[in-house]
Design a protein. Structure first.
Length: 252
């Protein structure tokens, strides 16, 4: 599946530049227009995320805006969801989420972002509302375009029934499962990691197990042993997997 997505991204990224456009009735490239922001003409600027699904959506949007709506499009590379929030607000200082939003001219960075993960952009709306309230991005679902989604955990009905028949505790309030003190041996609830297939993305390559994410984790939990070393900013990995403190203490 991941290879298919990458192939689709490669095709879509190339298709607007070749003679055969995606749409047979595409607006001729010579007739493409700019938009005007505060009297300044510019292309529609899209924050292009660095992850596969975000890149795919940004590329699809650029094709539709160019070929069906007739506007020039430019991409603004966006490394993370919090950075996309700041880009759409035209904030300068994108090297850290902690930096205040000092907005540049309107439209100077990006106008649109088509995939934002709220868990990775936590606190950005509040920060921008404080620093530059007139630049606060509008969430798609509130503007009547796109969709506003949420993340959930799902449990099969047959699993709940089986657990009830076996008189086992099942916590429907999902957050309680993180309280490891409820279990004498939490490893009994999971397969041994050596029996699992290799993860699609190794622990070493996952960005939220590095850098400022790990700095925050260690600061909040005090779990310094999770780091490769004190200065690495990288979660310890084993066979491509990252283990919680309790799993590491239990040895499995």
């Amino acid at each position: 599946m991941k290879a298919m997505i990458k192939a689709a991204i490669a095709y879509l990224a190339l298709s607007p530049t070749v003679a055969a456009r995606c749409f047979s009735d595409a607006v001729d490239s010579a007739r493409l227009q700019n938009i005007s922001v505060d009297g300044v003409e510019m292309p529609v600027k899209i924050a292009q995320q660095g992850w596969d699904s975000g890149t795919l959506l940004a590329t699809l949007a650029s094709i539709l805006i160019e070929e069906k709506m007739g506007y020039n499009v430019a991409m603004a590379p966006c490394p993370s969801s919090w950075a996309c929030y700041k880009q759409v607000a035209d904030c300068t200082g994108l090297s850290s989420r902690e930096l205040p939003c000092n907005p540049g001219p309107k439209g100077s960075v990006a106008h649109l972002a088509f995939e934002i993960w709220e868990s990775y952009a936590y606190g950005m709306p509040e920060q921008i509302a404080r620093d530059a309230p007139d630049r606060l991005p509008v969430i798609a679902g509130q503007a009547g375009i796109g969709a506003l989604g949420e993340e959930f955990m799902f449990v099969q009905q047959k699993t709940l029934i089986k657990a009830e028949l076996e008189n086992r505790n099942v916590f429907l309030e999902w957050y309680q499962i993180y309280n490891a003190s409820r279990f004498n041996n939490i490893s009994a609830l999971f397969a041994n990691h050596q029996d699992l297939p290799a993860p699609d993305v190794p622990c070493e390559e996952i960005t939220y197990l590095q850098g400022e994410y790990m700095e925050t984790y260690v600061r909040v939990t005090g779990d310094k042993d999770a780091l490769v070393n004190a200065s690495s900013g990288q979660h310890r990995c084993e066979n491509g997997w990252a283990f919680s403190r309790l799993c590491r203490l239990q040895g499995e």
